[in-house]
Design a binder for this molecule. Structure first.
Ligand SMILES: Nc1ncnc2c1ncn2[C@@H]1O[C@H](COP(=O)(O)OP(=O)(O)OP(=O)(O)O)[C@@H](O)[C@H]1O
Length: 606
């Protein structure tokens, strides 16, 4: 899909009206046509089927008109004419042919309804997979920037709207072919009437286009409002506890009412235009039919049967013209949702997760070498950070709030890449190595671990299907959570979630530790793992870390000195720089920050 550049839109603004419209349509088509690519073979089949159905219907209408006139006149032989073909048939044969054509048309109609459904289901599935894969393959910096609820809205509302646009396209193509066939058949019956009708119908179509454009504008507003509305709804569930405690419910209610109102306005206009436009088209189109009849009367067409046939065909053509209008409207109102999907796909694909191709062996030692990092151009967060750690060693990272500790963790986990310097594994730049190898060797316990809705086993295994139940239990033992789990009536099959069926903070943290330990990592990174724990739980986590230490590299970010008891050395970070590195005793001599924290801890303890 081609991104739409600013310079392009700048050029477009200088162009005159009609040219701008054409350029705008071409640009929109370039962006949106990939949505219809998978439907190409379906469209070809649809066109062929619609042509056959149109011909069957035109023949049926010609037979009905001729039969009606012949029956009124008591004829036994009926002459049916459609274009150059004219056939004499006995009355009963004509009935049989008419029944046969009606049945064939019904069958074809079913196929014509099935194909758009098939095309849109394909688009629905393909698009969801594309979005999911693009999002999951994007760099962490892209994922971290995505607003809560935005991805969910894309996957549900936007994808559904796009699939509906594809259905509308399929139905619109059918209606277009049927319209053309019916008008062509009407030409064979009465050239003048069909010509008047067609010209007026085309003129009407172009007259009503500005209303369609207005519809699209309102639909765009609606899609934007809907996105922020979903975000608010998502947020209100996430922060329900804080909202209640801080008495923010009234403000939330007011904001919610305002947002609901702002969705209502574009919604009314979109729905009004979406249903009103086809209705308007139908009324004006009936007027066209009267015009066609006036043309017939002026041109003096005498044949009663062909007059009846042309009226029937033009009435059917009108129905199809109205269907074309409503499917165009249906596509128009969904275009903004499709643009949002294109934007999101571009955003996700612009910055893919980087990967290397060198295999990674066992991690013997790990180092940050002259690492500098900035989240944005305005401020550097890490400056020339270097430290090393080897297997069997635990290193702590301490420092005041905002010193860059969590940023180091993200770099170590390869969620972000340093702007300069490197993370070295056994002396090799980790960026050149395979990410899967890194993920298999490195594990992580975050500050606030997430529990997913599922059993305790699901939570420890965490989508790594190769992990056995025995390994789950062994990891739970090492994380000192096995006894708690065993005491629950359903044991490892207990259903837990982030809020409903929640486990305690200490249990959740130890489940997260079991999740990190279950794949037997060679590097374990922990970001404030015990900050929310009581002393007993903290002691249990400390024991777990001591037990695995000799085979593992442990990197532990901490605020409290008690957490650091497992560490052999401690790195003190201040303002994004390494201010000191050493043992507890060394740092008491070298680091003002460390001494201060030590004194505060001692005062609190006494
Ligand atoms: N996603 C981000 N975008 C922009 N700036 C960020 C982002 N995350 C962190 N920062 C900034 O980077 C600096 C370092 O943040 P970091 O979270 O690494 O500090 P920290 O030492 O872990 O702090 P704390 O102890 O409070 O968790 C801070 O100034 C912070 O505002």
């Amino acid at each position: 899909m081609t991104p739409v550049g600013d310079s392009d839109s700048g050029r477009t603004q200088r162009r005159s009206g009609p040219l701008r419209a054409v350029v705008g349509m071409r640009r929109a088509w370039r962006r949106l046509s990939p949505f219809f690519r998978s439907s190409r073979s379906g469209i070809v089949l649809l066109v062929a089927l619609a042509m056959v159905t149109g011909l069957a219907e035109a023949a049926l209408l010609a037979i009905i008109a001729t039969m009606a006139v012949s029956l009124a006149e008591g004829d036994q032989v009926i002459t049916v004419g459609l274009g150059p073909v004219s056939v004499d048939m006995a009355r009963n044969t004509t009935f049989a042919v008419a029944v046969g054509l009606a049945a064939a048309r019904a069958g074809l109609q079913l196929a014509l309804a099935y194909l758009p459904a098939l095309m849109s289901s394909r688009v629905l599935t393909d698009l969801r997979i594309q979005l999911f894969e693009a999002f999951t393959a994007s760099a962490w910096s892209v994922k971290a920037k995505e607003r809560d609820g935005a991805f969910q809205t894309l996957m549900t509302q936007n994808v559904t709207n796009t699939a509906q646009a594809v259905t509308a396209l399929g139905l619109g193509i059918t209606a277009m072919i049927m319209f053309l066939t019916m008008t062509a058949a009407a030409f064979t019956q009465s050239f003048v009437a069909a010509a008047v009708f067609l010209t007026a119908a085309l003129a009407l179509f172009f007259v009503l286009r500005p209303l369609s454009r207005r519809l699209r504008r309102h639909a765009k507003m609606l899609s934007t409002e809907a996105m922020s509305f979903t975000n608010t709804v998502q947020e209100v569930v996430q922060v329900a506890e804080e909202t209640e405690v801080f008495g923010a419910t009234d403000t939330y209610r007011r904001d919610f009412r305002e947002q609901s109102e702002s969705v209502r306005r574009p919604y009314v206009r979109t729905r009004f235009l979406a249903t009103g436009l086809p209705g308007l088209y139908q009324s004006v189109a009936l007027l066209l039919l009267v015009l066609a009849l006036i043309a017939i009367s002026l041109s003096g067409t005498a044949q009663l049967a062909s007059l009846a046939a042309v009226i029937l065909m033009l009435i059917r053509a009108l129905t199809y013209a109205q269907q074309i209008q409503s499917t165009l409207t249906g596509i128009d109102e969904r275009i903004p949702f499709m643009h949002q999907i294109v934007d999101a796909l571009e955003r996700y694909r612009q910055e893919p997760q980087q990967d290397g191709d060198a295999p990674l062996g066992d991690v013997g030692d790990l180092a940050l070498s002259h690492v500098s990092f900035a989240y944005n151009a305005e401020s550097d967060v890490l400056h020339d950070v270097s430290f090393a750690v080897r297997r069997g060693e635990a290193i702590g990272i301490v420092g005041p709030s905002g010193a860059g500790k969590s940023t180091i963790v993200q770099i170590l986990l390869r969620l972000r890449d340093p702007q300069s310097g490197a993370v070295l594994v056994n002396g090799q730049d980790v960026r050149g190595t395979r990410r899967v190898d890194w993920q298999a060797r490195v594990s992580y316990v975050p500050q606030a671990s997430q529990v997913v809705w599922g059993t305790v086993t699901d939570n420890i295994r965490f989508h790594r299907d190769w992990i056995t139940d025995e390994q789950v239990v062994a990891a739970a033992r090492r994380a000192h959570i096995h006894d708690d789990i065993s005491a629950w009536p359903q044991g490892y099959d207990t259903l837990i979630g982030q809020r409903a069926n929640a486990v305690s903070g200490g249990q959740r943290q130890r489940i997260a530790l079991a999740r990190a330990l279950v794949a037997e990592p060679q590097v374990l990174v922990l970001d404030e793992p015990t900050s929310a724990l009581d002393v007993r739980s903290e002691e249990l986590v400390q024991r777990s870390l001591q037990a695995i230490k000799q085979d593992t590299i442990i990197i532990l970010v901490a605020h409290r000195l008690s957490t650091l008891s497992v560490c052999d050395r401690i790195v003190v970070m201040v303002d994004g720089r390494v201010s000191a590195v050493g043992s507890h005793t060394d740092l008491m001599k070298q680091s003002d920050f460390f001494r201060e924290v030590h004194e505060i801890t001692a005062r609190q303890g006494s």
